[in-house]
Design a protein around this ligand. Structure first.
Ligand code: IPM
Ligand code: MG
Length: 369
């Protein structure tokens, strides 16, 4: 694998995207040298940057680049205050992000949430609820459910409008994401909690049936079912009970933000969105869990760790380069233990903590690799 060229499309996007991507590039370059990889990283505009450069949130040239690449390293898109007159279908969230998910069949979204012990103060829960630390993997179905189901429209009716979104899942769609969840659990603490609303939704009943059936193929994994409302509550009450949380698209969207809050800062969390595996390679899309954070953009304040850890996931999931991935993750762990903190994770009461900017954090991680 090390001998073949790895083509990465780098789409930094808007807000803090470009500055955290710059730090990720330093890491890519360091890892390239250390492991003598043949990396080809090509940048292209997306989001409002795409609209400014080529009139579209996902310019044709950017989409072409993605098609020619093995993986996409993504920053973030969307600036809520920019041009409210732009139609919702053309806004970056739908026209770039959702479009890429569908276009590349990225059905499996992995969102690891980890609260390292040294950052316990950043977690909003009391210490006794944090147990020995929080370590959850949210596995979110990403190309089905209410996000994409048809019909999806708003129509006029006497007295106003009627808005329709449709929740649809088929057996194969549930089967493939369930397989991803169980396989991930095998490499972790061997427990899957499947989230649904089987007490109300037809989708929930089918979800639970299919997950239970697939679960029987994995006798080594403990399977638990939980209604989504209870899941939201349990995350606050006893988050340490969760290992892998398996969710459909919308529930996963909501619960992954809730779980992320436990890690203290969105600035720490990477994510991977994976398509089908063909010939040993998995096309993947890697992005920080957080957004564009326009309020701190361009000020050297953003935490680059989520973007840098996304590079680690890219090496692990798309290319099986476990050593490179582990080296990046270990380097991040080292600088955190050494006390380097961007503003989002800074605690003035912590004697080892030293406040640093985006660039300094990136440099320290590079030095630790
Ligand atoms: C996410 C985001 C997106 C989603 C938005 C920006 C469309 O919230 O990736 O979780 O809802 O999927
Ligand atoms: Mg979300």
């Amino acid at each position: 694998m090390n001998s073949s060229i790895i083509r990465i499309a780098a789409l930094a996007g808007d807000g803090i995207g470009p500055e955290v991507m710059r730090e990720a590039f330093k890491v890519l370059e360091t890892v390239r040298k250390k492991y003598q990889l043949k990396l080809e990283v090509t940048e292209a505009p997306v989001g409002w940057a795409g609209i400014d450069a080529a009139g579209k949130a996902l310019p044709d040239a950017t989409l072409d680049l993605c098609r020619r690449s093995d993986a996409i390293l993504f920053g973030s898109v969307g600036l809520p205050d920019r041009d409210p007159t732009l139609a919702k279908e053309e806004r970056p969230e739908r026209a770039a992000l959702l479009r890429i998910r569908k276009e590349f069949g990225l059905f499996a979204n992995l969102r690891p949430v980890q609260l390292p012990k040294v950052l316990a103060y950043a977690c909003p829960l009391r210490p006794e609820r944090q147990g020995d630390g929080i370590d959850i993997l949210v596995v979110r179905e990403l190309t089905g459910g209410m996000y994409f189901g048809q019909p999806k429209k708003t129509e006029e009716i006497p007295g106003g409008h009627r808005a329709i979104d449709t929740m649809v899942y088929t057996t194969p769609e549930i089967e493939r994401i369930t397989q991803v969840a169980f396989q991930a659990a095998r490499l972790r603490r061997k427990k899957v909690t499947s989230i649904d609303k089987a007490n109300v939704l037809e989708n929930g009943v089918l979800w639970r049936d299919v997950v239970s059936r697939i679960g029987r193929e994995y006798p080594d994994i403990t399977l638990e079912h939980m209604f989504v409302d209870n899941g939201a509550m349990q995350l606050m009450l006893r988050p340490t009970q969760f290992d892998v949380m398996l969710c459909e698209n919308m529930f996963g969207d909501i619960l992954s933000d809730e779980a992320a809050a436990l890690a203290g800062s969105l600035g720490m969390l990477p994510s991977a969105s994976l398509g089908a595996t063909t010939a040993g390679r998995t096309f993947g899309f890697y992005e920080p869990a957080g957004g564009t954070a326009p309020d701190i953009a361009g000020k050297n304040l953003a935490n680059p760790i989520a973007q840098i850890l996304s590079v680690a996931l890219l090496f692990r999931y798309s290319f099986g380069l476990t050593d490179a991935a582990t080296a990046i993750e270990a380097a991040v762990g080292k600088v955190i233990v050494a006390g380097l903190r961007t503003g989002d994770i800074f605690n003035p009461a912590d004697p080892v903590a030293r406040k640093v900017g985006t660039r300094e954090m990136g440099d320290a991680i590079v030095a630790a690799i």
